[in-house]
Design a protein around this ligand. Structure first.
Ligand code: DHB
Length: 311
């Protein structure tokens, strides 16, 4: 394996490789999570976002592969908080990130109380950005609501906590959310979640392609790469250096990974491409990234992380 340094750190915890799965893909069952942990090209794993209670999610078809990405409205199918905390509490050779998603701010607080009261001291990621629960908006688009929620959480929560954000599209919105996030001892921000509520039309059948919400769903994959890079870059320029960034979105090639790191990502996660290509994706991406680094004379991600040039 690699002689290059592909490590990253969050909250002083070292990830020996930079790759994670994007939450939601291949991480619902313990078998799937074990598959990820056993992949030598993965640095760590993220669980499917856990809700307080088990959920079946939305009716199928709820994930559809497009020519340059994917659209999904899974609706948070998961085995419930107890299942995932039990998994991350057992000994693993790599860092784990426990992703949690309340169906309301009150649920978020309950979930974090349970973690605070547990023996789990690893990383947790609060998902403020699920676009697919019918009737529930994405919390992190409500900047004041996010501040109120984080105020309530950090009044009692003393363990490592990051947040998963939706994509933002306006520079003022980056200023606003970063100003809020910088007030808390967050370990990391994971950006981006899927681009919410896209719609795909199949012209032959004159129909939408997924069933929930009349066909509206979160977009991922290649088509979201520029949005993901913009969010990694804009947040890296605004967040405290202690808040690391997990770059998620649109990664298909080693060059895409390189671009995420140049924008300031500490680690990179892969969702749509993992779904379509399977577990071999991490070996391929590692090989492609190492080739680029070697050609450029870089030995470590820290040689170029965040060093994007402007014109
Ligand atoms: C789901 C989708 C998301 O983008 C997310 O953050 C959490 C859950 C889902 O539909 O299951």
């Amino acid at each position: 394996m690699s002689k290059l340094d592909l490590t990253g750190q969050i909250n002083g915890l070292t990830f020996n490789q930079l790759f994670l799965n994007a939450s939601g893909v291949h991480c619902q069952s313990t078998e799937e999570l074990d598959d990820l942990l056993n992949d030598p090209y993965m640095g760590g794993i993220v669980t499917k976002s856990a809700t307080l209670a088990k959920r079946d999610g939305n009716p199928a078809p709820r994930y559809y592969e497009l020519q340059n990405g994917s659209i999904n409205s899974m609706g948070l199918p998961n085995y419930g908080f107890d299942y995932y905390i039990k998994y991350v509490l057992s000994d693993h050779a790599k860092p784990t990130i426990l992703s949690v998603a309340g169906l309301s701010a009150a649920d978020d607080v309950k979930l974090l109380h349970q973690i605070q009261d547990s023996d789990y001291d690893g990383l947790t990621e609060l998902n403020l950005s699920c676009p697919n629960v019918i009737g529930k908006p994405q919390m992190a688009y409500d900047v004041d609501g996010t501040r109120a929620l984080l105020d309530e959480i950090f009044a009692f929560y003393k363990k490592p906590l990051g947040v998963k954000l939706p994509p933002y599209f306006d520079l003022v919105h980056f200023d606003q959310i970063a100003a809020v996030l910088n007030k808390y001892p967050l370990t990391h921000v994971n950006t981006i979640n899927s681009v919410g509520n896209g719609l795909w039309v199949d012209v032959a059948s004159e129909s939408v392609v997924i069933k929930p919400k009349g066909g509206f769903g979160g977009l991922g994959g290649k088509m979201v790469l520029p949005t993901a890079l913009a969010n990694v870059r804009a947040l890296r320029q605004r967040l405290n250096a202690s808040i690391k960034i997990i770059g998620t979105g649109g990664v298909q090639t080693g060059a895409d990974v390189f671009a995420h790191i140049l924008c300031g990502a500490e680690l990179v996660s892969v969702g749509t491409q993992l779904q379509s290509e399977g577990l071999g994706v991490y070996k391929r991406l590692t090989t492609e990234l190492e080739r680029i680094m070697t050609d450029k004379g870089y030995q470590s991600l820290s040689d170029f992380r965040g060093n994007l040039k402007t014109i």
